[in-house]
Ligand binder design. Structure first.
Ligand code: FCB
Length: 489
């Protein structure tokens, strides 16, 4: 197949989906879920005491989000949540990962909780449980109360303390009915896209601030974990969702291998160092010495971050292929969720990202399920004994409604089939993977891309808010009900 990417370049592609197998069955009790995030679906931005988050401010700033889209209405989940839970139940899903909007629960980022905010999530959780769907709550999926950004945001140490306080409020309110807790979603994006490349809220482009933010997100995770442990019943599990970069070197040349090491440090080990080892990697500190002296890491911080995790959530979409600073960037920047003149890689902004050959999604992300097997096996080795969840995986395609009112998305079915086969392969090789959360249940607000990129298993007509399950939803439903992959992928 020959395709054109958005630089106008053509490339010859081959499909990467493995031949469908008929013998792929997942362990019993494996959770079949979908995932969403508050700002991407809820809407009701000014209702019931909710105040602006950094994403409200950012999306309302001209030029920041494609088409001027905002999450003001999104897919109106705040009002349609009962229908959305019914959709999941109809599909036979057994788990649902959603996030709590901090500015709905604690509008200024300080002080007591707003009961109406908590009531919304209590109602949602009760409805899920009534339908046999296990809730997994993410406390922070990028919607920092604007007031805290005004006080300095994640580059300020105090934000970590504020986050722990907020975590405790939600823990107190939902701890009797929610067993799975994710502190942060993809802290790499919060730190390096939010404060480095500026393609995400709050849109700052300060490499030193990005590294400070990364540390305070780590600290926030650690402090929130302690606060939740003090609040939640013993059966509750606490984890974090990372989006590790599966980084591959373009060649075995020393400068390409060094580029791989550098990006691995900035994308992955800046989090797993303190989380899993209790220290920041020495090479990361050396690589970023021109940017910061890391004096914001205080005595005892890494010990506060280094707590046993009950599980680790891994989000995977596509691997990264990097080389040393020779040649030219191959096409648009492939190192973040959007284009920016500013790099999200402090101290390593000369590393070049390359397009892997092969099929791509509508995000222009190469389809490569082998990266998911590699990732799960890598974390099995790095975090022995810690159960893993794929807390996000999925793909955007140019979905349209046909004359019969249906949405056929065979590419997404192929993508999901191949990636679930990749999860299974990791399980077969010993990874303790307990569940899979498809990103996403519904088409939604895809951050800097606005509503232009559709990731849902369920199509949303944004004019009417009608929900139309795509053919991939029927396919995934069959997977969830049978616990295995159908032979006709
Ligand atoms: C992840 C985000 C999620 C969604 C997917 C496509 O990085 O966590 O909200 O945007 O990418």
């Amino acid at each position: 197949m020959t395709t054109t990417d958005n630089t106008g370049a053509t490339s010859t592609t081959t499909t990467t989906a493995p031949a469908p197998r008929t013998d792929i069955r997942f362990p019993s009790g494996f959770l079949w879920g979908s995932a969403t995030a508050a700002y991407q679906i809820e809407g009701a931005a000014r209702e019931d005491g909710r105040t602006p988050s950094i994403w409200d401010t950012f999306s309302h700033t001209p030029g920041k989000v494609a088409n001027g889209d905002t999450g003001d209405v999104a897919v109106d989940h705040y009002h349609r949540w009962r229908d959305d839970v019914r959709l999941m139940a109809d599909l036979g899903l057994t788990a649902y990962r959603f996030s709590v909007a901090w500015p709905r629960v604690q509008p200024t980022g300080r002080g007591p909780a707003v009961q109406r905010g908590l009531d919304f999530y209590r109602g949602l959780v009760d409805e899920l449980l009534a339908h046999g769907i296990k809730p997994m709550v993410t406390l922070y999926h990028w919607d920092l109360p604007q007031e805290l950004e005004g006080a300095g945001g994640w580059p300020e140490r105090d934000t970590a303390y504020r986050f722990a306080e907020y975590a405790a409020l939600v823990g107190e309110a939902l701890g009797d009915r929610v067993e799975s807790w994710v502190t942060l979603n993809e802290p790499w994006c919060s730190a390096f896209l939010g404060y480095g490349s500026g393609v995400h809220a709050p849109g700052r482009t300060d490499p030193a601030a990005a590294l400070r933010a990364a540390h305070h997100l780590n600290l926030g995770h650690g402090l929130a974990t302690q606060a939740l442990r003090a609040t939640l019943p013993a059966r509750a599990g606490i984890g974090i969702s990372l989006n590790p970069s599966v980084v591959r070197a373009l060649t075995d040349a020393p400068d390409d291998l060094d580029a791989r090491r550098r990006i691995d440090a900035l994308a992955n080990r800046v989090f797993t160092g303190p989380l899993l080892q209790g220290a920041y990697p020495a090479d990361l500190i050396a690589d970023t010495a021109r940017v910061t002296d890391w004096s914001f890491v205080q005595d005892g911080d890494t010990a506060s971050i280094h707590h046993p995790l009950d599980f680790l959530g891994l989000n995977y979409y596509t691997p990264a292929v990097v080389s040393g600073p020779r040649g030219v960037q191959d096409g648009p920047r492939l190192d973040g969720h959007g284009a920016s003149a500013h790099s999200p890689w402090p101290g390593s902004d000369d590393v070049v990202f390359h397009h892997a050959p092969g099929e791509r999604t509508a995000m222009n992300w190469p389809v490569d399920p082998t990266g998911l097997t590699d990732l799960l096996l890598d974390y099995t080795a790095q975090a022995p004994g810690v159960p893993l969840y794929v807390t996000e995986n999925g793909a955007a395609y140019e979905d349209t409604v046909d004359a019969q009112g249906q949405v056929h998305d065979p590419e997404r079915i192929r993508y999901l089939h191949a990636h679930l086969a990749a999860v299974h392969e990791a399980v077969r090789q010993g990874a303790d993977v307990r569940g899979y959360f498809l990103w996403s249940l519904l088409d939604n607000f895809e951050w800097a891309y606005g509503y232009g990129k559709r990731f849902g298993a369920v199509y949303v007509d944004y004019a009417t808010q009608a929900r139309i399950p795509k053919s991939s939803a029927a396919w995934y439903s069959q997977v969830a009900r049978t616990g295995g992959l159908p032979s006709a992928g």
